[in-house]
Design a protein. Structure first.
Length: 366
């Protein structure tokens, strides 16, 4: 039985954290004591007396363990660290920090799951690429890659080469974000190629829109917005986006968890249209995720002083956010957002576990 697993990916944002959540849950279901570690972190949260990678914080909440930077997030590459290391590497002993965390965690758990960072080469600047870390930990690698055929095989070949160079065992591959109707084809063709390489295909995960849905706080950050009203609801999930003009013309059907983007000059008429929809469909539970208001000059100051239809926005507790971007610019920024699982999106963590349980077979590892 494997007692240490390293989850790597061909690049950022392909579903490494999603897969790791599901893998941890799957191992737990076998009544094994599972530990977690993010050996090398780039994006951290500062909790005052504790500075840890944001994924380590997510797993501490999901797995219900007391978070220790020393054990669960031993190396953080904050601002300026790589420059300092390159100028004077003798000041640092990153490998020993990672090994110390591993030694302690392996004593405490039957299996420890280590989550990698970015693509396999990330960390090379401090001599700790994902392949270096996996080798040092004597861990077997599960590689996560986005779905496709030719491009997927090419990416796998290039990214697995770093691990081959270090003679790190590959426990298997998970193909993520696959269009459901292409699942059988990808399983046949990519799975066949992996079989010839002697690497198991552990599973094919379908693309899941739930995991791609942002929350209003993410939208606010994307458009550099200012909260005008109802900031307590920035965890609202966004499933659909429409401009205020479409709402006014009644040309948008799905209003559930809708983000409305509207000019400050049309805010009042757009909300009047929403009121009319409410009046005509009293049985429909209309739920707006939020409203992005855009404009020019000092409109934000004006909006902060006086919000049109304030009673309606307050009654429905709709987050109202103002941005200097126009409607098109706001839509582009939101469309380009990288949406990740975090502590504010517990439904995504639950969905990640369901996807792995339904589509990935880890029995060969245990």
């Amino acid at each position: 039985m494997l007692d240490r697993i390293y989850v790597a990916a061909t690049s950022q944002h392909v579903g490494k954290t999603t897969s790791t959540l599901g893998i941890v849950a799957a191992i737990r279901s076998k009544e094994l004591n599972v530990g977690y570690c993010k050996p090398l972190g780039q994006e951290f949260v500062d909790l005052g007396d504790l500075k840890v990678d944001k994924d380590a914080l997510l797993f501490s909440k999901t797995m219900n363990f007391d978070l220790s930077a020393e054990l669960h997030s031993p190396v953080i590459l904050g601002r300026g660290v790589t420059t300092s290391f390159l100028r004077d590497p003798e000041k640092y002993n990153f490998p020993e920090q990672v090994l110390h965390a591993s030694r302690e965690l392996q004593k405490m758990h039957d299996v420890v799951v280590y989550e990698g960072t970015g693509h396999p080469g990330v960390g090379s600047v401090i001599d700790l690429s994902n392949a270096d870390v996996a080798k040092m930990l004597n861990a077997s690698v599960i590689m996560v890659v986005e779905g496709g055929v030719g491009n997927t095989i090419d990416k796998l070949n290039a990214n697995l080469s770093l691990f081959r160079e270090k003679d790190v065992p590959i426990a298997g591959v998970i193909i993520n974000k696959v269009i459901p109707e292409k699942s059988d084809k990808i399983r046949e063709l990519v799975g066949g190629k992996l079989d010839r390489w002697g690497i198991p295909l552990l599973g094919v995960l379908p693309y899941d829109k739930t995991l791609a849905n942002p929350i209003m706080e993410g939208v606010r950050l994307a458009v550099d917005g200012v909260v005008i009203m109802n900031g307590h609801n920035l965890d609202n999930k966004v499933e659909n986006i429409a401009s205020g003009s479409l709402i006014e013309k009644k040309e948008f059907d799905d209003l559930q968890n809708l983000l409305m983007i509207v000019s400050h000059r049309r805010l009042e008429s757009a909300i009047s249209a929403l009121k009319e929809i409410d009046r005509k469909h009293p049985d429909q539970d209309l739920k707006l995720a939020g409203i992005i208001v855009n404009g020019e000059n000092d409109f934000i100051s004006e909006l902060q002083r006086e919000v049109p239809c304030q009673d309606y926005i307050m009654m429905h507790e709709i987050p109202l956010i103002a941005t200097q971007l126009d409607t098109y610019g706001s839509a582009i920024k939101i469309n380009r957002m990288e949406v990740k699982i975090n502590t504010r999106t517990p439904w995504k963590a639950r969905r990640a576990v369901e996807l792995i349980r339904s589509h990935v077979d880890l029995s060969s590892l245990f």
